[in-house]
Design a protein around this ligand. Structure first.
Ligand SMILES: *Cc1c(COP(=O)(O)O)cnc(C)c1O
Length: 264
């Protein structure tokens, strides 16, 4: 089918087109997983919904997609409420059970941590010890331990968020001592202008850092998540060891007003 069919006038996918795009992405994830000696279900697809309409989110949830990522806490909070309402109504009217797991993937200001702790299944973007300490404090108050990933500044770009590669182990060691923050692995992003071979070497480097931390015994047995790969490079990332991919436009299409600024 022509992939432009069912694109709204703004370029976003709905209905059968959205289903096909989701299935195509799932298929490509499965192929890359198998190519790297794993099963399809060993790679988690997080659909990045920052540019999604509410209609697209409802449809994706109806198609069985459970994991969604947002990079701004205000939108995550709003969407979580809207989708809770949708799931509750669907349960009541149609008896269909559904669940959504939210992933906070964008840079997080310390004064927004409380909401992120309340709503997120996994915070991918811990980029400083001070942020981890704030999470510890909020999670302690709520008595709700939170799983986090350490964001690694893998390309050492000054403009990028993240912990520098040599400092990762120390940060994981420190977070390990916190009662309510559980370090689960690493997250990274390749620079927008990187070519495939650069991406491959950066993703491989991130995987090596994960393995080094594990070998050193930091993070415990559950330090095994590697969140890397977006629409343009998720197959490469999976081949390099990613077990979480964060994908937006390849599933959703590209609405004209697609870019939301990073951060809040
Ligand atoms: C937007 C975003 C993505 C998804 O980007 P696409 O290219 O649309 O797949 C992944 N990770 C982060 C941190 C993002 O902000």
């Amino acid at each position: 089918m022509d992939s432009t069919a069912h694109l709204s006038s703004d370029g976003s996918a709905t209905g059968e087109c959205l289903r096909q795009r989701l299935e195509e992405v799932r298929g490509r994830i499965a192929t890359a997983a198998i190519k790297s000696g794993r099963r399809a279900d060993q790679v988690l697809l997080v659909v990045v919904s920052k540019t999604a309409s509410l209609e697209q989110m409802r449809e994706l949830s109806g198609m069985g997609q459970t994991d969604f990522g947002e990079n701004r806490i205000q939108q995550l909070t709003q969407r979580a409420a809207q989708m809770d309402e949708f799931l509750a109504r669907r349960r009541q009217m149609q008896g269909i059970e559904g669940e959504i797991r939210w992933h906070m993937i964008g840079s997080l200001q310390r004064n927004k941590v409380s909401k992120a702790v309340e709503l997120s299944r996994l915070i991918h973007s811990v980029d400083s010890l001070r942020l981890a300490e704030e999470i510890e404090s909020c999670a302690g108050k709520r008595e709700k331990p939170v799983d986090v990933l350490i964001e690694v500044n893998i390309s050492s770009e000054e403009s990028k968020h993240g912990i520098s590669a040599p400092a990762v182990r120390h940060v994981v060691d420190q977070i390990d001592t916190m009662a309510n923050v559980r370090p689960r692995g690493l997250m990274c992003m390749a620079p927008i202008d990187a070519d495939d071979s650069t991406r491959r070497s950066l993703f491989t480097r991130c995987r090596e850092i994960l393995e080094d931390v594990r070998k050193a015994g930091a993070g415990g047995a559950r330090f095994d998540l590697l969140s890397m790969g977006m629409s343009g490079d998720f197959e490469t990332a999976i081949e390099c060891g990613a077990n979480i991919v964060r994908i937006g436009s390849a599933v959703l299409g590209s609405p004209a007003v697609s870019e939301t600024p990073e951060g809040q």
